[in-house]
Design a protein around this ligand. Structure first.
Ligand code: HEC
Ligand code: HEC
Ligand code: HEC
Ligand code: HEC
Ligand code: HEC
Ligand code: HEC
Ligand code: HEC
Ligand code: HEC
Ligand code: HEC
Length: 423
């Protein structure tokens, strides 16, 4: 404590010097002793220095708004003794400490009317909140585990722990730590799996903000594992077409009955990879084999086989059309119409792959046939363009030969006339 007194005495004299050197009538009214003193006594990563990046401080709130006390006091012991000093909350007190403002709709409206005020209510329903309040578990996330403290940002600030690019790492502080999570018996591979997934690569490597971060599937404050019934909603938020086809498919009812999650069953949750056509069919690595056999009394195997063959045909047709058209392009022919048509073939292929989620051959086949027809037209027309190229070349050859012969004949004729005139 003597250190404090020394510090306090030092600060008092420092502040006195400050007061004396400040020209009369300037900013003194706004003097914030909390911040000034803490800035002076803390090292670089102390609360006051960090808080330069904090949205509360940036928006004009002070230390006193969270911690209480009295900004006009020049001594920490007096601050502690002041009415309303809240000090530092324990792990379990943090949610209420923050919610004093964030759940107060009238207060928040005065500052930022667009901000929701339901964080604590939602947090209470999450696995984190339930364990904190009901099981007094201090290892789960509270507000500051996720938001940091003294450098809290909104989700758009690049330094913010809740910025989409930083989120996986933030959740991973606990969820990737096998020792920390050991007592709960849940996997600790989410961040690793996610980072290598289509979603992780899109968001973290390409900066595609359309791809989900942890909170897009789990929610921010209601961080709970999406249950079977809500799963369709989670993936379907972004993959609406697949979700609609699935709802109309013969899998809808049995999946619900058996408790299979509707997308995760075939795609997994965190380690989602780019699907291949080989995922549908009757041989490895088709996912259909996980549940169906040739003699399970359903049309599943026949359906898988038909769809798989049809997709294979369309891929081959697209490839054939593509290489003929490339040849025509290389030879400098006018190919704009055919290039457009080839895009339609590609489109049909993409749609047919999405239609796999109807798990119904009659839905997939018409789209494949449409693609095959267009591919045939591209092939025919591209072949014709290539023929035309050779025909023109042949024509050009004949023309060149004819002109050469003509020139030679003319030359001979001129020489003869010339000689005759001289003789
Ligand atoms: C004259 C310097 C000075 C002023 C003014 C000051 N503090 Fe402190 N504060 C300190 C010191 C030094 C400590 C460390 C105390 C310790 O280690 O016992 C401290 C500790 C704290 C702590 C840690 C918790 C605790 O109670 O020890 C908080 C929170 C805090 N101050 C907030 C504030 C707020 C809010 C204000 C303004 C209302 C303020 N301080 C004003 C010097 C100051
Ligand atoms: C948005 C609310 C908020 C604001 C604003 C805020 N703090 Fe804090 N502060 C907290 C919380 C919450 C804790 C508890 C952190 C923990 O448990 O790890 C804390 C802890 C502290 C501590 C003790 C632990 C430590 O990190 O050393 C000090 C000292 C402190 N704050 C000082 C300050 C000062 C000085 C300011 C102003 C520059 C300030 N705080 C602004 C919420 C706030
Ligand atoms: C004294 C009231 C008060 C307390 C206590 C408080 N906040 Fe805030 N907080 C605000 C206000 C006001 C804003 C809005 C600033 C603005 O946008 O103008 C804000 C903004 C935020 C934002 C940014 C929201 C956004 O997306 O724009 C986050 C995140 C946040 N606070 C988290 C916390 C956390 C975590 C705690 C507890 C450690 C906390 N706050 C404690 C008043 C408070
Ligand atoms: C499990 C992590 C986690 C916990 C725990 C958590 N938050 Fe958040 N919070 C987030 C994320 C992530 C966002 C960013 C949402 C986005 O992308 O806009 C957020 C957003 C916010 C916002 C901005 C407004 C909004 O609702 O989107 C505020 C304010 C906020 N949190 C306050 C709190 C408070 C107060 C608590 C404690 C009661 C808390 N948070 C607990 C992760 C968390
Ligand atoms: C401070 C450490 C910590 C942080 C940070 C954290 N969590 Fe947790 N989380 C836990 C602990 C501990 C549990 C309890 C595990 C249990 O009960 O199974 C948990 C539980 C969960 C669960 C429920 C798991 C289950 O099925 O039981 C989900 C989902 C979850 N967290 C998601 C997240 C997400 C998403 C983030 C980041 C936005 C996050 N967590 C940040 C510690 C943390
Ligand atoms: C594309 C959606 C999605 C994303 C993104 C996502 N999750 Fe999950 N997560 C799920 C689903 C679905 C489950 C399984 C729920 C079930 O089986 O009931 C799950 C389960 C969990 C669980 C429970 C334990 C387990 O592994 O089954 C934790 C913890 C978790 N996720 C954390 C995270 C973290 C941390 C991130 C970010 C690195 C993340 N999740 C990203 C969808 C997602
Ligand atoms: C927030 C929106 C969002 C959510 C939620 C979401 N995804 Fe995605 N998903 C995307 C985006 C964007 C891409 C494209 C990534 C790319 O371009 O590589 C994608 C790609 C995919 C792909 C690869 C598609 C392809 O053609 O290569 C699959 C499979 C996938 N998601 C499945 C899922 C499943 C299963 C869930 C739920 C557990 C889910 N997604 C949740 C946005 C989302
Ligand atoms: C996780 C298990 C599972 C996977 C994987 C799966 N199915 Fe199924 N499928 C079922 C169940 C259960 C039924 C209902 C069986 C019944 O009605 O007896 C079903 C029914 C069907 C039906 C309707 C059969 C009928 O006769 O009415 C078709 C078609 C079908 N599946 C196709 C597929 C295809 C194609 C794949 C691979 C892309 C696939 N399934 C993958 C579990 C699965
Ligand atoms: C029974 C297994 C199964 C289920 C359940 C399933 N899928 Fe698929 N999914 C597949 C197969 C097989 C493919 C590969 C199709 C292809 O590329 O030929 C695929 C491909 C995809 C693709 C890439 C092709 C496209 O449509 O753009 C996305 C995205 C996708 N699935 C999302 C989902 C979503 C979202 C759900 C839940 C609504 C879901 N899947 C449910 C088997 C399944």
């Amino acid at each position: 404590m003597w250190l404090n007194e020394v510090k306090g005495a030092f600060m008092r004299s420092a502040l006195a010097v400050l007061v004396l050197t400040v020209p009369a009538g300037t900013a003194l009214a706004q003097a914030d002793n909390c911040r000034d003193c803490h800035m002076a006594i803390e090292d670089e990563d102390g609360p006051a220095h960090k808080s330069v990046r904090d949205i509360h401080i940036q928006k004009g709130l002070g230390c006193v708004e969270c911690h209480g006390g009295d900004v006009s006091l020049e001594d920490m012991d007096e601050v502690r003794a002041a009415a309303g000093y809240r000090g530092v909350p324990t792990h379990r007190q943090v949610p209420q400490f923050c919610a004093r403002c964030h759940s107060d709709a009238a207060y928040m409206r005065g500052h930022n009317p667009a901000l929701p005020t339901d964080q604590l209510d939602k947090y209470r329903t999450s696995v984190h909140g339930i364990r904190l309040f009901e099981h007094r578990d201090a290892k789960v996330a509270n507000c500051i585990s996720c938001h940091s403290v003294h450098e809290i940002g909104d989700a758009k600030m690049p330094h913010s722990s809740t910025h989409p690019a930083n989120l996986a790492q933030m959740c991973g502080k606990c969820h990737s730590d096998a020792d920390y999570m050991a007592e709960y018996g849940i996997p600790t591979t989410q961040v690793e799996d996610y980072t290598g997934s289509v979603h992780g690569i899109a968001l973290l490597e390409r900066g595609d903000l359309g791809a989900p971060a942890c909170n897009d599937c789990h929610g921010n404050h209601g961080a709970a594992p999406p249950g079977v019934s809500s799963l369709s909603a989670v993936c379907g938020n972004c993959h609406a077409v697949e979700s609609d086809y699935f709802d109309g498919s013969p899998h809808k009812a049995p999946f619900e009955e058996l408790g299979f999650p509707m997308c995760e069953t075939c795609h997994s949750n965190h380690a989602i990879v780019r699907p291949l056509d080989e995922m549908v069919g009757t041989s490895e690595p088709a996912v259909c084999l996980q549940c169906h056999t040739a003699d399970d009394g359903t049309v599943a195997f026949a359906t898988a086989d038909t769809i798989s063959r049809a997709l294979g045909q369309l891929v081959a047709a697209h490839g054939g059309a593509d290489s003929l058209l490339s040849e025509a392009i290389e030879k400098g022919m006018m190919t704009t119409d055919e290039e457009f048509r080839l895009k339609e073939v590609r489109q049909a292929l993409i749609q047919a792959r999405t239609l796999v989620h109807s798990f119904d051959a009659d839905s997939v086949l018409p789209r494949v046939e449409l693609g095959l027809e267009k591919a045939d037209i591209v092939k025919t027309n591209a072949a014709a363009l290539i023929d035309e190229y050779y025909f023109r070349r042949k024509g050009l050859g004949f023309a060149t030969l004819f002109i050469t012969v003509l020139v030679i004949a003319l030359y001979i004729k001129v020489r003869r006339v010339d000689r005759r005139l001289r003789s």
